[in-house]
Design a binder for this molecule. Sequence first.
Ligand code: 5MM
Length: 358
Amino acid sequence: VMMAPIRASAFADELVKTAKSIASPGRGILAIDESNATCGKRLSSIGLDNTEPNRQAYRQLLLTTPGLGEYISGAILFEETLYQSTTDGKKFVDCMIDEKITPGIKVDKGLVPLPGSNNESWCQGLDGLGSRCAEYYKQGARFAKWRTVVSIPCGPSALAVKEAAWGLARYAAIAQDNGLVPIVEPEILLDGDHSIDRTLEVAEKVWAEVFFYLAENNVMFEGILLKPSMVTPGAEHREKASPETIAQYTLKLLNRRVPPAVPGIMFLSGGQSEAEATLNLNAMNQAPNPWHVSFSYARALQNTVLKTWQGHPENVEAAQQALLVRAKANSLAQLGRYSAAGESEEAKKGMFVKGYTY
Ligand code: 5MM
């Protein structure tokens, strides 16, 4: 007799429904869960101070974009944003629900050095996670995110990979127990001069361990979403790879490591330019595959928006149009129907920063 997973029993049906709706055709995730420190960096790039009203204004611009829900199925928020409202007093959560955008919440507490490793890091946040998830659910969140990183130039050490995988699995089980669909994000950083084959090798190791511990923690695979890095050469490698090559390697990774029970693969952009991130996603969707291969971009959805906004109220509408342009391009890429003709120069600018930490 097969035993059903013991975890997630109370929320099982709801988790499956939530995951499916986030992974619906032609839609993906808008990642705007920058912690206050990271949001401050974004604001300072356009000359704004890192104040609560400025963060609120920026998130209001994004979350009140008319028609956004056609292309965006979920948005990941930082805790502060989950409790904020528009200047007219409408809760951001309600703005999202009106557009059929599922509210999500970042639940990790960030990266710190991992003692005993090769200068690597681990992700904190398991203490008190159950009660925080329960609170976020009450506030309207229906999915969660936990991002940890793996560095290829630093090894990665067996210790760092194991810790990353174990932390993701414990988090995923706790999130499911509290009704939140966990996004599982072990970001393999772009840094390094390694080849695309080396990235594939590391990614295979990382995902093998992640799925081993997810299973050991009785996580229900139908109620999770993945947020992987695309398989590319290191950012400082002498050769660049075409979208076709990146798609071929990345799909090889998914085929080898990800069970078809997982409903959605929502890629991160990791410092790629807006146009690159869209082209690579489009290349992956040229043939049917067992999952929903889509996006969960932060920088690759926000770069042009920020530059267009510049913090001026009179630019809000134009900035919202810029968000719609990117969201629609990625929606088409999810369906395999994107063409790069007519992309702006801004969208083609790379955003990779060596040694970048959020
Ligand atoms: C939005 O940025 C997230 C990191 O925030 P903090 O480190 O400030 O807490 C990050 O996890 C992001 O969601 C993912 O890396 C995807 O973003 P990109 O820009 O790589 O698509």
